[in-house]
Write a protein that binds this ligand. Sequence first.
Ligand code: SF4
Length: 204
Amino acid sequence: MVNDVKKIKYAINGGIGFGAKLNAKQLVMISKYMDEEEEIELTTFQQLYIEIPEDKEGDIIEEFQRVGLECYPVGNFVKSLRTCNFCKGEEEEGMPVAKELNQRIAGKAVPFTLKVAYTGCPVGCGEPMLSDIGVMKIGERYNLYVGGKAKGKDAEVGSLLMENLAPEELYNKVEKVIAVYAQMAKRRETFFKFFKRIGKSTIN
Ligand code: SF4
């Protein structure tokens, strides 16, 4: 019999924490919604792609969230923050700031998938300078980079947009950059191309 239940793709992960981890409860929950033959895709952005039946979407998302899984739409949205592993400790590396920033921006609709990376110290394990938007914690303040590109022959390191930001300034600035991109970019224009076209002064 043909199974014609429409499925919808979600990106899920265990949230921002020490390393990109999943616990046993979360793994059991994910497998509950997979057939034996089905596969799950692990992305380079600390997310798993899973397809769930559209008619049970709300209930399944609630179930996922009950075990601490975070669920994000797939497509032209701001992706959840790619973070470093916070090896030096939650407070010292600013995990609460990363969580708050993620909460404010992840899932916002944009012209093309937007990647944001966060890293808790200048070692830069979260590769913030190779993302569309990158945040680097330095001491108690934050540097903001934009326009990085990790892939392709034209890969490039991002530019420093602002430095020495307090957390609230960081949230506002990142939200503003995303709003400018959402309003001014052409349809399906990547942030990298958009930034090249309009320049630092327009976005700042
Ligand atoms: S960026 Fe710094 S705090 Fe984060 S994992 Fe790397 S060394 Fe540790």
